[in-house]
Ligand binder design. Structure first.
Ligand code: GDP
Ligand code: IMO
Ligand code: MG
Length: 423
């Protein structure tokens, strides 16, 4: 049996905290896509830690953490993270496994990401520059190197062959930076990786499932950044939605049980691309300030706006969401009024569908306004004690989406979560 936890917006919904919260209920936490573009924030013994490659179950003893085949893995980031979690007494040699089919991010992928973004000028994607796009391009282009390859004695030859291909591309971009240091780090990090558990991911996970073990698949990014269904071309390069679990871990669809969709009580986006409910005023600034909305991977300020139920409805549909986790509800504590986008006005017509091309379409969000609860909810432990106005806000979202809001997160801490009856 496998449950899925993924983001329903443009990433940074608080997935890391929620996976860490649920981890004790599972035997395995498995990342199925994305790479170090992800930044998942956890608080361990009150201390903040951001994970980019390692699944968010790593701080729970006895939990197996798997980096699945659908991930793209940067050994350098992995090594840094290995040391970071070791400082908390966690030994990745024991409880981290890596699928041998996982594609590697090479130093030249990072260089190509940078060169490609620079060449786009104002039309840039706003990529995290971690090499994600180029690494996935090498996967689908059937050039890439995989984790299993590092155990091959011919690995360096294979690496050089691909590097030469990349050099031609970099030359065509006019990219001049010296990446020798990145390469040194890369080969050093491979030494560590060779000491980790490299497994056949699909046999491993199916075997565990058949033994009755419980798996939680941890998504990265968000549904609106999905390469097929997101706001293309301003997306990431993987399938961030629940379908990605099957291709990213090698499990059959009927093994999936619950799909937990995480959404903020409002909305953010980092990087370029359409964002219909974005606020360019003091309210947007207040969301950013109160919510500390700065990227966990790049430190960039996140764009902020109201919750968008049109986009959320779409995300629930394509993911088959069965339960919603609403995070950062406490960020709305001080607001007098809250807006909820229920439809879009496009060319004078009101509609409730996400258009295929959001960038070239002028979208005006149509809002329903709610009264804010204007009280501190961060210490509340049970649903009965949340303010009436907040109950109304949640009930409306619940009803609109037709999916129960089962958990409400009211602070970044592990214990700050309220179980909701979801009606
Ligand atoms: P992820 O990428 O989905 O894991 O999310 P990030 O870690 O990038 O961003 C979420 C941010 O919100 C982090 O700084 C979390 O510590 C913080 N956070 C998570 N849940 C809550 C919450 O309920 N309230 C508040 N105030 N912060 C939260
Ligand atoms: P988590 O897992 C928010 C965004 C980037 C950029 C676009 C493409 O922490 O939610 P990429 O580096 O993938 O080529 O960038 O996607 N992006 C994210 N935004 N959260 C993330 O991950 C993201 N990963 C990528 O900002 O707009
Ligand atoms: Mg993040």
């Amino acid at each position: 049996m496998i449950d899925v936890l993924l983001g329903l917006q443009w990433g940074d919904e608080g997935k890391g905290k929620i996976v860490d919260f649920f981890a004790p209920n599972y035997d395995i936490i498995a990342r199925f896509q994305g790479g170090p573009n992800a930044g998942h924030t956890l608080y361990v013994n009150g201390e903040k830690i951001v994970l980019h490659q390692i699944p968010s179950g790593i701080f729970h003893e006895g939990t197996i953490n798997l980096i699945g085949s659908g991930v793209v893995l940067d050994p350098v980031t992995l090594k840094k993270e290995f040391d970071k979690v070791a400082a908390f007494g966690v030994d990745c040699k024991k409880n981290l496994s890596i699928a041998e089919r996982t594609h590697l991010i090479l130093p030249t992928h990072r260089a190509l990401d940078k060169a490609s973004e620079m060449s786009k000028g104002v039309e840039k994607i706003g990529s995290t520059l971690k090499g994600i796009g180029p690494a996935y391009m090498d996967k689908t282009g059937r050039n890439g190197l995989r984790v299993g390859d590092i155990l091959d004695k011919n690995f360096t030859t294979q690496y050089i062959r691909l590097r030469l291909k990349h050099q031609k591309l970099l030359d065509s971009f006019g990219f001049q930076e010296d990446i020798t240091e990145w390469e040194e780090e890369f080969f050093e990090a491979l030494e560590l990786m060779r000491q980790l558990k490299i497994v056949n991911g699909e046999y491993f996970i199916n075997d565990q499932i058949s033994k009755g073990k419980k798996v939680l698949a941890e998504g990265a990014q968000g549904s609106m950044l999905d390469v097929d269904f997101g706001t293309f071309p301003f997306v990431t390069s993987s399938n961030t939605i629940s379908a990605g679990v099957c291709t990213g871990l090698g499990v059959a669809p009927q093994k999936i049980k619950e799909v937990l969709g995480v959404t903020k009580a409002y909305c953010t986006r980092v990087g370029s691309g359409p964002f219909p409910t974005e606020l360019h005023d003091d309210t947007g600034e207040m969301l950013r300030k109160v919510g500390s909305e700065f990227g966990a991977t790049t430190g960039r300020p996140r764009r902020c706006g109201w919750i968008d139920l049109v986009a959320l409805n779409f995300a629930c549909m394509i993911n088959g969401v069965t339960q919603i986790v609403m995070t950062k509800a406490d960020v709305l504590d001080g607001f007098e009024e809250l807006n909820v986008c229920e439809s879009y006005r496009i060319n004078g017509k009101e509609q409730s569908m996400v258009p295929y091309q959001m960038m070239k379409t002028q979208i005006e969000p149509i809002y329903k306004t709610f009264k804010g609860w204007q009280s501190d909810i961060t210490k509340i432990k049970s649903f009965e004690n949340i303010p009436g106005q907040m109950k109304e806000y949640i009930a409306h979202i619940n009803q609109f989406l037709g999916v129960p809001v089962k958990y409400i997160s009211n602070g970044p801490g592990r214990e700050q979560i309220i179980h909701s009856p979801g009606v």
